[in-house]
Design a protein around this ligand. Structure first.
Ligand code: GDP
Length: 244
């Protein structure tokens, strides 16, 4: 039988502040995933586990904020910037982990989930199918999934594959936040035009989705992303009882 939990390499283990098995520990200690200050505490992120098969996902618990994006869009850099850990998301890029769902525990007890990238030019059909099955099922049925961050290169956002992902998110009713990364590559004016165009298109393809500019290089958009993700992670998902 294949193993569900892949042990981190020695290098990753050295990065970890806690012991292997953090996933369970943090869920048990902070079941709601909310820190005292009500934010995600993205800065205290540690690698927890990797999963290659949706059937082997751990039981749902604290809120999960998942990051998705086309390969090379800047997803790993955005995760590293938001968590303040220079190499955190590169754990997901080590051989053998690129097609896995990688979980990182956060200081709040919530989880940051790095979904495998898509749109690799030379990816065989089997890899594409596995991505669709793994990510599709996670998005469609994961109870503890609070929101999905879709990372797009600001110079060419909303590619056909991004639109396919957004359609799934819309269908599943998932809270969605779009990061238009590498905004430093555009002039201020071009970046604003891109932002308005993306906002307009999103209002049709994924109504309710929010969008912002982001630059890992310049550190732009960090506060906005932090506050949006904290709000999405801890908002009440369930409709209030009638009469409230
Ligand atoms: P991923 O494949 O989506 O995880 O993308 P990476 O985070 O590995 O980034 C892909 C490339 O884009 C790398 O060469 C990064 O250095 C570069 N990159 C990522 N974010 C930014 C950014 O905000 N600004 C600029 N100028 N380059 C970036």
């Amino acid at each position: 039988m294949k193993k569900r939990i892949r042990e981190p390499r020695e290098k990753d283990r050295n990065e970890k502040q806690g012991k292997p098995g953090d996933f369970t520990a943090s869920r048990a200690t902070v079941a709601s995933g909310r820190s005292a200050s009500g934010d995600l505490a993205l800065q205290k992120a540690n690698y927890a586990l990797s999963v290659h098969d949706p059937k082997l996902l751990p039981p749902p618990g604290a809120p999960e904020i998942a990051f998705a994006g086309r390969s090379n869009a800047g997803k790993s850099s955005a995760i590293n910037t938001l968590t303040g850990r220079r190499r955190l998301a590169f754990v997901s890029k080590t051989p053998g982990r690129t097609q896995l769902i990688n979980f990182f525990s956060l200081g709040s007890g919530a989880f940051l989930v790095d979904l495998p990238g898509y749109g690799y030019a030379d990816a065989p059909e089997s890899v594409r199918k596995h991505w669709e099955m793994l990510v599709g099922e996670y998005i469609a049925s994961r109870d503890s999934l609070a929101a999905v961050v879709v990372v797009m290169d600001a110079r060419h956002p909303l590619t056909p594959l991004d639109l396919q992902l957004l359609a799934w998110l819309r269908e599943a009713g998932r809270a969605t936040h779009v990061l238009l990364t590498k905004s430093d590559k555009l002039s201020k004016q071009a970046a604003q035009v891109t932002l308005s165009k993306a906002r307009k298109e999103l209002s049709t393809v994924c109504p309710g989705a929010t969008v912002q500019l982001f630059s890992s290089l310049k550190g732009e958009g960090i506060d906005e992303a932090n506050s949006t993700l904290s709000r999405l992670a801890f908002r009440k998902n369930k409709a209030p009882p009638k009469g409230e």
